[in-house]
Design a protein around this ligand. Structure first.
Ligand SMILES: [Zn+2]
Length: 110
């Protein structure tokens, strides 16, 4: 196991759990708690891992592998973050950021 393993884990969960507070506070000041809840809820996108074997593998790149983590889906989240309104937009932003989190988790730690 590599020496930076724990730092990688901490950053991953920081991006999944804590950083959305920053996004919510900056972009949705007036109802940031509501926005934060929706951003957290986008973690449900990882349910697509159920179709993978093994379900979790730290050495596998989620991006482009799991059905909801593929590039066409990411393009949809991106469009959604621009064109959708209100709650749907928050969810799209959360999904996009989730993809970034998974992306960095693989590519920044090789
Ligand atoms: Zn994911």
């Amino acid at each position: 196991m590599e020496s930076h393993f724990y730092i990688r884990e901490i950053i991953h969960y920081f991006l999944h759990l804590v950083f959305p507070i920053v996004i919510a506070k900056v972009f949705f000041k007036n109802n940031w708690k509501h926005a934060y809840f929706l951003l957290l809820a986008t973690m449900l996108v990882d349910l697509d891992h159920i179709f993978a074997n093994p379900i979790f593998d730290p050495n596998r790149n989620s991006i482009g592998y799991h059905p909801l983590h593929t590039y066409p889906m990411i393009a949809l989240y991106f469009l959604g973050a621009i064109f959708l309104k209100k709650n749907y937009r928050i969810v799209a932003i959360g999904l996009l950021f989730h993809m970034f989190t998974d992306f960095q988790d693989f590519y920044f730690w090789k």
